[in-house]
Design a protein around this ligand. Sequence first.
Ligand code: F6P
Length: 365
Amino acid sequence: MIDRVAVLTGGGDAPGLNGVIRGVVRTAQNRYNAEVYGFMDGFKGLIENRYVKLDAQNTSGILHRGGTILGTSNRDNPFRFPAGRDAQGNLQFIDVSDQAIQNLEALGIQVLIVIGGDGSLHIAHEFAEKGVRVIGVPKTIDNDLEGTDQTFGFDTAVNTAMEAFDRLHTTAESHHRIMVVELMGRYAGWIALHAGIAGGADVILIPEIPYDVDCIIRKIRQRCAQGKHFSLVSVAEGATEKEGSMVVAAHIEDSTDPIRLGGVGQVVATKLSQATGLESRATVLGHLQRGGSPMAFDRILTTRLGVKAMIQAVEGPWDRMVALRCGEITVIPILDAISKTKNVDPQSEIVQAARAIGVCMGDDD
Ligand code: F6P
């Protein structure tokens, strides 16, 4: 009989985290009379045994709130925990997963629900291999997790980016400028593609289709010839020029994902401005895509995922991730979700649709 579970939110935050927490806690109380503990700041709180008991009161009024009431961290992997520097200044790592398991046992936690992206779900799976019952919930604005049609947070991020395009559209048109918008997504182009289509971008550059600057220039000149002396360009942070490489902003040594991408928007804007003579400006939307209130789609999705996560926590089997598939909430092995990154298929219908309406995808196709 499962009557005590814990939940934590790991990795970069995404709109909707609180909706999952609320869904878990309400289902636990209403359906199973079970207790829910929340570990603070992702796996860091689990290692340090920092937690709060969650109930109807402290999870009330949180559905519309961005961020996570539990805090999060995209560092602090218990299997590779930073433990100071050696004499040469190199960061040392140790395995503190046994400490985390002891904390779970001491509290009598029978199942751990991990709300996270691929980094956090990898860690969850490693705990499962050590005998911990875990359930994963797919979170990331990047939408790059396999096995689920969509991750929560993605829809809200796309809406935020779409609004940015709408605002940039009017100023681009007034000043006859090229507006380049750099969007998040790591190694996948989901946000740039969807927001680009929704925001009426003329050019969309994604990591899955290496771009050729000459193709973009041709598109912009064609628009000028049609009397449109402005253009909107949607660029994924992971977009690369043909035979080029990704533009890296920083390396964060102790992160579960040490490479931080960033800067490609300015690179593209500078090249376009030099080639076309049109003024170009780059906007980096950055963490605006992660913050703020979730859209209705994400509120509903996170509620359904939270409910299912709690049901699965009680009924098992574990080492599973709840997922959205063909409109239904189902469960899949965590391993299936983390075995590879879900990328945009360049041949997919949505890419073909973008091309059909004249969007330049950065290549000659
Ligand atoms: O994975 C979510 C994400 O927002 C990526 O799109 C982005 O590359 C990264 O996290 C940024 O991380 P940080 O919040 O550490 O800057």
